[in-house]
Ligand binder design. Structure first.
Ligand SMILES: [Zn+2]
Length: 173
């Protein structure tokens, strides 16, 4: 999946999340104020950033092979989001703002992993790269493990995003 596909995936994930979020929130649409549009815009960018971040590994080729266990797993997203999650109760005023935006970053990141589940062929760069060699002398997981790795990590990140978005409700309403 290339950059365009991931951006499109992010737009879809963002749209679906916003629609579901407001649908289940039971918000009174006649009383929406400006903060709703602000978080929508910022979260849109956060979601698209998240959807592209895993493939920034091509920029760090020297250290990280493409589709490696670090960028295509929950490790980076959880590291980025942990401070926000831990301090969520202390976040007041304008800072509460960070919570939903990080949630949308996570959802974008998850969308990347889900889209990576459908390569043309499970070989070469489509496989998850590890930092050590397996028995065939390659530094990749076998196809089934690569698929499961992406799926499970995508689900964990998505769950993190949904949980974080849930905490957002006290800011919006
Ligand atoms: Zn990828």
């Amino acid at each position: 999946m290339h950059r365009k596909g991931h951006l499109l995936g992010a737009t879809s994930a963002w749209t679906v999340t916003i629609v579901l979020y407001y649908f289940f929130s039971g918000v009174d649409f006649t009383s929406l104020d400006v903060k709703h549009s602000v978080w929508m815009i910022l979260s849109f960018f956060a979601c698209h950033f998240g959807a592209q971040l895993p493939d920034y590994d091509v920029l760090w080729k020297k250290f990280l092979p493409h589709r490696n266990v670090l960028t295509h797993s929950f490790i980076l997203p959880i590291l980025f989001t942990l401070p926000v999650y831990i301090t969520r109760k202390d976040l007041t005023g304008d800072f509460v703002f960070l919570v939903p935006i990080f949630a949308m970053y996570l959802i974008g990141h998850a969308s990347h992993l889900f889209l990576d589940l459908g390569p043309n062929k499970w070989e070469g760069t489509a496989l998850i790269h590890i930092f050590w060699r397996n028995e065939e002398g390659r530094k990749t997981m076998p196809p089934t493990s690569s698929f499961l790795f992406l799926l499970i990590n995508g689900l964990i990140i998505l769950a993190g995003g949904i949980i974080l978005l849930f905490f957002f409700s006290r800011w919006v309403f």
